[in-house]
Design a protein around this ligand. Sequence first.
Ligand SMILES: NC(=O)c1ccc[n+]([C@@H]2O[C@H](COP(=O)([O-])OP(=O)(O)OC[C@H]3O[C@@H](n4cnc5c(N)ncnc54)[C@H](OP(=O)(O)O)[C@@H]3O)[C@@H](O)[C@H]2O)c1
Length: 261
Amino acid sequence: MTNNINTTPVGLLAGKVILITGASRGIGAAAVRLFAAEGASVVLAARGTEALDRIADEIRETGGTADALALDLADPSSIRAVVGSVEKLHGRLDGAFNNGAAPQQQFGPADTTTDHDIDEQFTVNFRAHWIAMNAEAALMRSNGGGAIVNTSSIGSRRASPALPAYGAMKRALNSLTETAAVSWAAGGIRVNAITPGATATEMMDIWEEAAPGTLAATAASVPLGRLGEPREIAEVAAWLLSDRASYVTGAIVPVDGGAGA
Ligand SMILES: NC(=O)c1ccc[n+]([C@@H]2O[C@H](COP(=O)([O-])OP(=O)(O)OC[C@H]3O[C@@H](n4cnc5c(N)ncnc54)[C@H](OP(=O)(O)O)[C@@H]3O)[C@@H](O)[C@H]2O)c1
């Protein structure tokens, strides 16, 4: 029997150009560091350009390739401009991690959710990804294909009484992920999403501030007994963006310590 698995020790994402949104902190920043360590040229995007520049400098200091771009997910022209800048910088795009998102400002239930929260959740957490995915896919197609990973949430999988608008838009993102996967498969573009459970980032800190005790109660309810670390979420995105996941598309992958089981 022949073993056709290549055992050359190269990074999981070696040679790939990958765009990461929401790269200024949390899961996105962890993804930048991991993808670069796995050999990708990374393009970081968010509003917080100071943090982006700091992280990009850190990658370059260790010999990697990183560029930081200002992005406002609420502004369609800003999203298209970022993808245009990736084309100018690299001439291609192999992977996109659509990860940036706004927290819901006022916690539920649904009847107290403000119109502002509904609009912001739609604009930043859903419409932005729709626009980004189309721009990314167009650039990927011009070079034979690529892979897209969207960050959804465990809150998309079932009722989300504390974060009704957030949960609804994340579930809509799952639908768009599956639809794009089916539509774009023939063009060589794989599209998947991850649904992180509670993860130790500023987003959870905001929730803890609004409802003290949330962190401890959430950790206690997770079968693995703790919150996820940003790096643990990024690991799954890295695999989905890599050629090792070549037969995976249209999947909504839980990364939640068993919380959704
Ligand atoms: N933490 C959790 O427990 C958890 C659980 C499930 C899913 N998630 C999802 O995981 C992803 C990352 O969340 P996180 O926990 O890392 O959150 P975070 O620490 O709050 O980071 C959010 C990122 O999104 C960016 N962002 C927010 N609004 C933006 C806008 N209008 N334009 C451009 N960028 C914007 C932020 O950058 P700037 O502010 O610099 O723009 C930041 O880089 C999100 O999609 C979130 O919904 C998180």
